[in-house]
Design a protein around this ligand. Structure first.
Ligand code: F6R
Length: 612
C-alpha cells in the first residue's frame, strides 16, 4: 500500500528519497513527504497529491541532511491531506516516523496518550507511534541507543496490526531505526551508505545487496553499518542477499507505460519462469521442492489461496492440477479462507500465489494452514518476500519487477509455473506420460506464440477506440475460458473504470441476460474445442439482442456475425489462458489510453495490498 524509503550516507538525502518515492509511487499516490536530519534537528516537508507536488514545495529546498526518511501514502485512516501525510512527529518534534500498515488499536492508544497530555493533529493511526516512542523514551532513565531501542520495543509491543516503521530521533543524528511486522521492508547495503525501502525496485539503481528483516526484528542503520537486534534487543548478524534483477526491468524504456512494457515482456518473463524446469523428454526439475510420492499419495485435497489476479491464475491451475494429478483442488479467496474455518489437516497441501508476496490476507491464510499442520508452498515473484519466508517451500516466477498496478506478466508466469508444478506432481505420482510430454512441449512453445499475438495489436487498439465510451462490458467463457473472462474483466474495470462483469457463458440465461440491450459489448473467449459450440450458442443469444461482440479464439468459428475476432495460436486448452489473456490485457490498456487515464496508477488502487 504505502511506500517507504530511507537513506543514510554521505550524499544529500533529499534527491535520493525523491527518486525512491517516484519509483514507489505505484504503491500509493495520495500524498507524500520526507524528513531529514539537519544540524538543528528533524525537518519535515509534506504535501497532498503525487510526489511531483512534494517536489514543487518551496520548503523542500531547505533540506540538506544526509540522513532521511520518506513516504508515499495510500490513505486508510484520514483523507489525503498535509496533516495526514507522513512523516508524523511526536508533540516535542524530536522523533519522526513513517509507517506502512495499519494500527488496529490506535483509538485505545490515542486515548492513553491523550490522558497523558499528548495532543493529536491528524486523523491517522500512525501518529500514535512517534508519541508512544517519546512517552517510553522519556520514562527511561538513560538516553543511549539501547534506551531508545527499548522505547521502540515497548511501543511495538503495544501495537496491534501490521507495520513497517522508519524512525529518526534528534538524539541520534547519524542513525535511523527500523522495525517491521507483517508489512514489507528491505534494507539495501551500499558502500558508505545504506537504504530502506518497502520493495526492491525502488533502490535497485543504488544497490543489489539486500537484507530482509523478519517480523519483530529491529535494525539500526548508519552510513557504514547495519546492526540487527532481536525482540530481546540482543544483537545478531544477518546474511546479505544479492538480487540479480536487471535495472532496466524497473525502467519504462521506450514504452509509454509500464503496463504496455510488461505486456510485451511476457515472452521473456515466461521463458525465464520456465528456465531449466522444463525440457523435452526430461523429467520436470523443481529443485526447491522436497516432495515424495508417498507424501503426494497421502494428500487428499489441495487448496489454492490468493487474491485478485493471482486468484484468477489459481482458478486455471485448479483445472490443470485436477486433470493431471487427480487430486481434488479447491480455490479460495485469501480474505475468505482465513475466516471461514477451512477443513485443513496434515493431508492438505496449500498453495499460495502472490506476485508481491506481501498481500496481508494471503500471508494470514498461509499462517493459518501452517498452524493446522498442512504443508505450504508459496508462489511469488519477489525474492525474500514475507510470504516466501513463511512458507515451507517457495517457488519463484522470475517475471522480473512488475511495476504497473494492473498485473499482466505476473499472471501469465503464475499459470506457467503452476502448470509446471502440476506436471511435476503428475510425474512423481506416475500419471499418464504421453499427455504430460505433450503439455511440456506446449509450455515450451508459449513465448513464440505470444509474439504471434502481438501482430493483432492494431486490430485490438481499433476496437478499443470503438468501445472506449461504453458503460458496461461483459466477459463470457466456459471451463478454462471462464477463468480468463474473470481476469479480462478485472483488467478492464481496474484501469478503464468501465463497469464489467465476467460470467460463465452457461449462466447468462440464469439472470445476467436481462442486462443485455442494444449496443452493449460482450467479450467471448473460446479456446476449448469441446465447448466452443456451446459458447457460440450463448453468443448468438446476445447478438440477437443487439450486443457488439469481441471474440478471442483459436478455433475456426465458421460464418458467424461477430464484430471482431482476434485469432490466437492453437494450444492445449489447459494453458490457453496464457495466450487468450493477452488480447484482453491489450484491450483494457488501449481503452484506458483512449480515455486519457493513468494506466499505471489507476485511482484508489495500489500495487501491493499490505493491509486487510
Ligand atoms: C490486479 C491486481 C490485483 C493483485 C492482488 C494480489 O491487476 O494486480 O488484483 O493481483 O492484489 O496481489 P499479489 O499477487 O501481490 O498478492
Amino acid at each position: 500500500m504505502c511506500g517507504i524509503i530511507g537513506y543514510v550516507g554521505d550524499r544529500k538525502a533529499k534527491p535520493i528519497l525523491i527518486n525512491g518515492l517516484l519509483r514507489l509511487e505505484y504503491r500509493g499516490y495520495d500524498s507524500a513527504g520526507i524528513a531529514t536530519m539537519e544540524n538543528s534537528g528533524i525537518k519535515c516537508v509534506k504535501n497532498k497529491g503525487r510526489v511531483a507536488e512534494l517536489e514543487n514545495c518551496e520548503e523542500i529546498n531547505i533540506l540538506e541532511g544526509t540522513i532521511g526518511i520518506g513516504h508515499t501514502r495510500w490513505a486508510t485512516h484520514g483523507k489525503p491531506s498535509i496533516e495526514n501525510s507522513h512523516p508524523h512527529l511526536d508533540n516535542k518534534r524530536t522523533t519522526a516516523v513513517v509507517h506502512n500498515g495499519i494500527i488496529e488499536n490506535y483509538v485505545e492508544l490515542r486515548n492513553f496518550l491523550t490522558n497523558n497530555g499528548y495532543e493529536f493533529f491528524s486523523q491517522t493511526d500512525t501518529e500514535v507511534i512517534p508519541n508512544l516512542i517519546n512517552y517510553f523514551y522519556n520514562k527511561n532513565e538513560g538516553k543511549s541507543k539501547i534506551d531508545f531501542l527499548r522505547a521502540i520495543k515497548s511501543t511495538v509491543e503495544k501495537l496491534k496490526g501490521s507495520f513497517a516503521i522508519e524512525i529518526l530521533n534528534n538524539d541520534f543524528k547519524d542513525e535511523m531505526f527500523v522495525v517491521r511486522k507483517d508489512s514489507p521492508m528491505v534494507i539495501g547495503k551500499g558502500v558508505n551508505e545504506n537504504y530502506i525501502s518497502s520493495d526492491i525496485p525502488a533502490i535497485l539503481s543504488f544497490t543489489k545487496d539486500f537484507y530482509f528483516l523478519n517480523d519483530l526484528e529491529f535494525a539500526v542503520l548508519s552510513k557504514d553499518n547495519v546492526e540487527f537486534y532481536d525482540i530481546n534487543l540482543e544483537r545478531f548478524d544477518k546474511q546479505v542477499k544479492n538480487i540479480d534483477w536487471d535495472m532496466s526491468s524497473s525502467e519504462k524504456g521506450d514504452y509509454d507505460d509500464f503496463m504496455l512494457k510488461e505486456i510485451f515482456e511476457q515472452p521473456k518473463s515466461i521463458r525465464e519462469t520456465i528456465g531449466a524446469r522444463v525440457s523435452k523428454n526430461n523429467m520436470i526439475q523443481i529443485d526447491e521442492l522436497e516432495i515424495t510420492k508417498e507424501y503426494l499419495q497421502s494428500v487428499d485435497r489441495i487448496y489454492i489461496v490468493a487474491c485478485g489476479t493471482a486468484m484468477n491464475a489459481g482458478m486455471t491451475a485448479k483445472k490443470i492440477l485436477e486433470h493431471f494429478c487427480k487430486i481434488q483442488t479447491e480455490i479460495d479467496i485469501a480474505s475468505e479462507f482465513r475466516y471461514r474455518d477451512p477443513l485443513i489437516t496434515e493431508k492438505t497441501l496449500c498453495i499460495y500465489i502472490s506476485q508481491s508476496g506481501e498481500t496481508a490476507d494471503t500471508i494470514a491464510a498461509l499462517k493459518l494452514a501452517k498452524e493446522k499442520g498442512a504443508k505450504t508452498i508459496a508462489i511469488s515473484n519477489v525474492i525474500g518476500s514475507s510470504l516466501v519466508r513463511e512458507a515451507d517451500f517457495a517457488l519463484y516466477t522470475h517475471a522480473g519487477p512488475e511495476i504497473a498496478v494492473a498485473s499482466t506478466k505476473a499472471y501469465t508466469s503464475q499459470i506457467v509455473l503452476l502448470a509446471i508444478l502440476a506436471l511435476y506432481f503428475a510425474e512423481i505420482l506416475g500419471c499418464e506420460s504421453e499427455e504430460i510430454e505433450k503439455l511440456k512441449e506446449e509450455i515450451l512453445s508459449l513465448p513464440s506464440k505470444i509474439e504471434e499475438i502481438f501482430d493483432n495489436t492494431e486490430q485490438i487498439r481499433k476496437f478499443a477506440k470503438i468501445i472506449s465510451n461504453e458503460k458496461d462490458v461483459f466477459f463470457i467463457g466456459r471451463g478454462i475460458d471462464y477463468t480468463v473472462a474473470l481476469e479480462g474483466s478485472l483488467k478492464l474495470k481496474e484501469i478503464s473504470y468501465i463497469h464489467s462483469e465476467a460470467y460463465s457463458a452457461g449462466e447468462l440465461k440464469h439472470g445476467p441476460i436481462a442486462l443485455i440491450e442494444n449496443g452493449i459489448t460482450i467479450v467471448g473467449i473460446m479456446t476449448d474445442s469441446n465447448l466452443v459450440q456451446k459458447t457460440i450458442s450463448n453468443l448468438q443469444e446476445v447478438v440477437t439482442r443487439g450486443a457488439k461482440t469481441f471474440i478471442v479464439t483459436n478455433q475456426n468459428l465458421g460464418n458467424f456475425n461477430f464484430d471482431e475476432v482476434v485469432k490466437i495460436p492453437e494450444i492445449s486448452s489447459y494453458i490457453s489462458p496464457i495466450l487468450s489473456v493477452v488480447p484482453l490485457q491489450l484491450l483494457a490498456y488501449y481503452i484506458s489510453k483512449e480515455k486519457g487515464l493513468d494506466v499505471d496508477k489507476p485511482r484508489n488502487l495500489a500495487k501491493s495490498v499490505t493491509v486487510e
